[in-house]
Write a protein of this length. Structure first.
Lengths: 327, 308
């Protein structure tokens, strides 16, 4: 068993080292742009996985908190000018905590329901925030959109700071997932997922652990939203609170494998890169939507448990067969 | 001497009351259409425990079908309804057979939400390829005709839509309560295992039930197309309303869907009349949140499976 213990951290170190060193090769802007978006989705899927994967509460409303984070950034720029361009990054933890605090009462209310009904309640939450984004013109500029001062980074390496910060966020999200998997929190979440009433009956702190998972999950999502707003520079309600973002996050987690550390990351890298490719090659967003829906359906029908769990099952089967053959 | 126009203080109040009552009338008439869409949604949930996220997209598809029949063949949307419902019944059965039946039993409820969401996206994509994304509306000659009763305006289209919805709901009620199929549906809702033991073919009931739910969406869609402009993306707006309605009424209860539609439609048109149309959207969600606070399973929902 000893060598297996080292494999996990080693894998993580190699993964992050490779990602960290990618910009050194002076990648083209479109490639860096693609990587920035892939990392955004990797962080969000990883965050969604904490709630939807481990706790078994499939939220369809995460993009609401993405939008809240984005507009928090806009609000900050209403009162501050741009100087070095790095302040918004220092602001991120604050936005994360703020969004988590907003998420607390929402979670307390929404988590009175379960499974499919929870999914519906969270999707109505999405539409609430969307309506607010259109109607609260003072903050959001309504349908005309809101502008943020452009970051004063050198044009040649413009994406670099965003990329680096997102990499840190990804490390945080994966670190939190990893820590929860090897602690009591992870066990409690698994108990909630399996049978919440029984878990409560044997003394698992169901409510605390559920709320914790929700708040951490939406806090991370809010931080990505803030990063996205700063990166884009100009945001409209229909893009800041886009149901397709929620769908993408959920789909990535399902594709890679729910309740696994690496599943959401794998899903995000496969799907976001494929999506960018589709968007370039199919151009018109309509065919792109059809292609996307078909991929979605195929994943659900063929790989309902995701890539990683399916591979793990196959390996386990093979090992068992070998063990049987040996005896 | 042209003095200021005399206006008693009660006059302003009367105006307000008039607007409110007009709002209530509008709300009740609109509620019929929503009740029809929502009854299909709740029927599907009752039979299969599937939260059908595609219901809104099916309504819009129904609206497009009757738009197409009106513009290229000149068929009146009300007369087109039998055709569109029949076509959409087939579409519904096809979706159930292709995408919902193969789902694995474990966490089927979660997966079905996502699968039907994907179906909604697929339908949205197909509609925007076929009819592109500009707003369409079915403008029949009588679309603006109205009666004035005691000073209140009643648009004829809305009145007909309301009556049609009532008739469709009555038909649905008869199907569920007077036919063999209806008995099989009610048995499956009450106790799926026993129903199967007693010879109910649950897979067939599920397929036909999904088709029936989609057919109600098509009937409502023809009417919806006359009342509001629509485009392929309109289904997001619709599904959020429909979900609020069925959650409010309690998932799986058709009577609940009707009451939910009434409550939500009337309250939002009152808000539109009294406060501002841009906030009437929010009324749906505020009402829903209040209900969830007090009674998480909805007004008429039951914690265990029960009557439909």
């Amino acid at each position: 068993m000893k060598p297996r213990l080292a494999v996990g951290p080693l894998r993580a170190i190699v993964f992050f080292a490779v990602l960290w060193s990618l910009p050194v090769f002076n990648l083209a802007h479109w490639a860096m742009n693609m990587l920035v978006f892939t990392l955004m989705f990797a962080v969000m899927s990883s965050a969604w996985n904490l709630l939807g994967g481990f706790a078994g509460y499939p939220s369809l409303g995460h993009v609401a908190f993405f939008g809240i984070g984005a507009y928090a950034e806009v609000l900050w720029f209403h009162h501050h000018g741009i100087t070095t361009g790095y302040e918004p990054f220092w602001l991120l933890p604050l936005i994360g905590i703020g969004v988590a605090v907003i998420g607390l009462p929402v979670a307390a209310l929404a988590m009175r329901t379960r499974a499919d009904v929870f999914a519906i309640v969270t999707i109505t939450l999405l539409f609430v925030v969307q309506t607010l984004a259109y109607n609260l013109r003072g903050v959001t500029g309504g349908a005309q959109g809101a502008a943020i001062a452009a970051a004063p980074f050198p044009a040649a390496t413009y994406e670099r700071p965003f990329y680096d910060v997102l990499l840190v966020l990804l490390a945080v999200a994966m670190g939190l997932t990893w820590a929860s998997m090897r602690s009591k929190v992870g066990l409690s979440l698994a108990a909630v997922r399996a049978d919440e009433d029984k878990a409560a009956g044997i003394g698992v702190r169901v409510q605390t652990v559920k709320l914790l998972a929700f708040c951490v999950s939406v806090g991370l999502t809010g931080m990505v939203g803030a990063m996205w707003a700063y990166y884009e520079g100009f945001i409209y309600p229909q893009f800041a609170v886009d149901p397709l973002i929620t769908v993408a996050i959920v789909l990535m987690t399902f594709l890679g494998g729910r309740a696994t550390l690496w599943g959401p990351i794998i899903g995000a890298f496969i799907l976001e890169l494929a999506q960018q490719y589709f968007a370039y090659s199919l151009g018109g967003s309509q065919f792109y939507l059809i292609a996307y829906a078909l991929v979605f359906l195929i994943v659900m029908l063929v790989l309902p448990r995701g890539i990683l769990p399916s591979i793990q099952d196959r390996i386990r089967q093979r090992r068992r067969r070998r063990a049987v053959d040996a005896t | 001497m042209p003095g200021p126009r005399r206006r008693s203080p009660t006059g302003a109040g009367d105006d307000h009351v008039h607007a409110l009552i007009q709002g209530v009338i509008l709300g009740v008439l609109t509620a019929g259409v929503y009740a029809l869409m929502a009854s299909g949604q709740t029927l599907i949930f009752g039979i299969m425990r599937v939260v059908n996220m595609a219901q809104g997209a099916m309504v819009i598809l129904g609206a497009y079908l009757s738009y197409q029949m009106f513009t290229s063949l000149g068929v009146d949307p009300f007369l087109a309804i039998p055709v569109t419902t029949a076509v959409m019944f087939g579409v519904g059965v096809g979706v159930q057979l292709l995408f919902l039946r193969p789902l694995h039993a474990e966490d089927k409820s979660q997966l079905s939400v996502l699968v039907t969401f994907a179906v909604a996206l697929l339908v949205e994509g197909l509609m925007s390829v076929t009819w592109n994304t500009t707003d369409r509306g079915i403008n029949t000659g009588y679309v603006n005709a109205s009666w004035t009763v005691f000073g209140y305006q009643i648009t004829l289209v809305r009145l007909w839509a309301f009556l049609l919805s009532l008739a469709a709901l009555a038909l649905l009620y008869l199907v569920l309560n007077r036919t063999r199929f209806g008995r099989a549906v009610r048995a499956s809702v009450q106790n799926p295992e026993s129903a199967r033991l007693l010879g109910v073919e649950s897979e067939r009931v599920a397929a036909i039930g999904y088709g029936l739910g989609t057919a109600t969406a098509a009937a409502a869609g023809s009417v919806y197309g006359m009342l509001y402009p629509f485009n392929p993306g309109s289904h997001y707006d619709l599904i959020s309303r429909l979900l609020s309605i069925v959650l409010l009424g309690g998932l799986g209860s058709i009577g609940g869907a009707v009451v939910g539609a009434l409550v939500i439609s009337v309250s939002s048109s009152i808000v539109a009349a009294a406060v501002s149309p841009i906030w009437s959207q929010m009324t749906f969600f505020v009402v829903l949140l209040l209900v969830l606070l007090i009674r998480p399973r909805g007004l008429f929902g039951t914690t265990v499976r029960g009557a439909i």
